[in-house]
Design a protein around this ligand. Structure first.
Ligand code: AMP
Ligand code: GLY
Length: 426
């Protein structure tokens, strides 16, 4: 099979790496790809926002299967355009991608399907939004409605912060995304990332993971796309996982099908495990980044079989298998991330680190004249397996300490929640 992966992040390197291991993978393209994908696939410099150009490349190069990695092309309807051209595609339709593209859409779906989530109000007017904040009090959560690169959410602990966030949204800080605002009840608990492959009717639950959104140790500083992750998330006990499947994922999938917008691809539920049980924080219509990296390192089944069955509607026939080991990934970012990462610095000592239980996935890297250079905010994902979170973490940080990149930084406490639990048990 000839496969085209869309995207350029660590998630796409991990997907491409897993797909490339399949004996059925004859030829692999990544568009646009990065300095890691080019060592296992052919990087293609086509603008992925130009759907006609993507389809033309796929047709001209005999591509059988297109795998969409990131949210933006999914929300923009690349899946529809690829399928309209008669190609098989892993990724949702534009209509189903509203689950990520519009927070108001997801809230409405939760109401219709009886999915537990934070109480909320939806506002198109600043005055009404401020009045609602005033009535509800802090802490409270303010969200710009559309995609805002993970920056449209303010968890406001005080009334002042909440009012400022509302004003920011309506003053255009997030462009069109802020013209509708969702204001939510503050949920207290521990977060987990839950993934399910969905072919429109059937689902297959994948292992859980836990992300680290804040940029600095101790979960401080601004939100990022994610600074590290591990899988499984110990907070997701078998009982809690079953509740998420039955109370959140399945009713949502059923309701999407009833609406005439069945969801296909991977549904990523951001869950808060509260005292009253699991509640949905948000849906994404793609793998998490960096959660995908830990899932792919643990995956033992053929990734191509799973993605293809999802796209073809034959998920009921496959069984995803994962290693019992823990996987943990640390994001090595360029100094200045998430605000203003420096690009262009050289990174030495990466090639040759990979081993049985260690894999470096590239995100914002490029190769120039044989040198590996930083080309984005999140640059490398050092990903390790271990019998425990502590062991996987030690392996990952050992590898990081062998990389020579003075312009990079990483959190030093990835996995702290799980390690605290492990210490309590011993
Ligand atoms: P989102 O972009 O919706 O995932 O929000 C980003 C982060 O804000 C989440 O990962 C949570 O840590 C936090 N968050 C979002 N909604 C809530 C909520 N209702 N209560 C508490 N924290 C929230
Ligand atoms: N790591 C969180 C996300 O991909 O949205």
């Amino acid at each position: 099979m000839r496969i085209l992966v869309i995207g350029s992040g660590g998630r796409e390197h991990a997907l491409a790496w897993a797909i490339a291991k399949s004996p059925r993978c004859e030829k692999l393209f990544v568009m646009p790809g990065n300095g890691g994908t080019e060592t296992i696939a052919e990087n293609v410099a086509v603008d992925i926002t130009d759907h006609a150009a993507v389809v033309a490349f796929a047709k001209a190069n005999g591509v059988d299967f297109v795998v969409i990695g990131p949210d933006a092309p999914a929300v923009a309807g690349l899946g529809d355009d690829v399928r309209a051209a008669g190609l098989l595609c892993f990724g949702p339709s534009r209509a189903a991608a509203q689950l990520e593209g519009s927070k108001a859409f997801t809230k409405q779906l939760c109401d219709e399907a009886g999915v537990p989530t934070a109480a909320y109000g939806r506002f198109d007017s600043e005055i009404e939004a401020l009045a609602y904040v005033h009535d509800q009090g802090a802490p409270i959560v303010i969200k710009a409605d559309g995609l805002a690169a993970g920056k449209g959410v303010t968890v406001a602990m005080t009334m002042e912060e909440a009012a400022d966030a509302v004003r920011d949204c309506f003053s255009g800080a997030f462009g069109e995304s802020g013209s509708t605002v969702v204001i939510e009840e503050y949920l207290e608990g521990e977060e987990a990332s839950i993934f399910a492959l969905c072919d429109g009717t059937s689902i297959k639950m994948l292992p859980s993971a836990q992300d680290h959104k804040r940029v600095w140790d101790g979960d401080r500083g601004p939100n990022t796309g994610g600074m590290g992750a591990y899988s499984p998330a110990p907070v997701m006990t078998p009982e809690m996982t079953a509740r998420v499947e039955n109370e959140i994922i399945l009713p949502s999938i059923r309701r999407m099908a009833e609406r005439g917008t069945p969801f296909t691809g991977v549904l990523f539920a951001g869950i808060m495990v509260t005292r009253d049980g699991p509640k949905l924080i948000e849906y994404n219509v793609r793998f998490g980044d960096p959660e995908c990296q830990v899932l792919m390192l643990r995956l033992q089944s053929d990734a191509l079989d799973l993605l293809e069955a999802t796209a073809r509607g034959t998920l009921a026939e496959v069984t995803p298998e994962f290693s019992d080991e823990v996987a943990l990934t640390v994001v090595y970012a360029a100094k200045g991330y998430p605000v203003n990462p420096e690009k262009g610095s050289e990174i030495k000592g990466v090639d040759g680190l990979d081993g049985d239980k260690l894999k470096v996935f590239h995100a914002g890297t490029a190769r120039r004249d044989g040198r590996l250079v930083a080309n984005g905010g999140r640059v490398l994902n050092i990903t390790a397996l271990g019998a425990t979170v502590a062991e996987a973490r030690e392996r990952a940080y050992d590898a990081i300490d062998r990389i020579d990149w003075p312009e990079g930084f990483c959190r030093r406490d990835i996995g702290w929640r799980a390690i605290e639990r492990e210490l309590k048990r011993t």
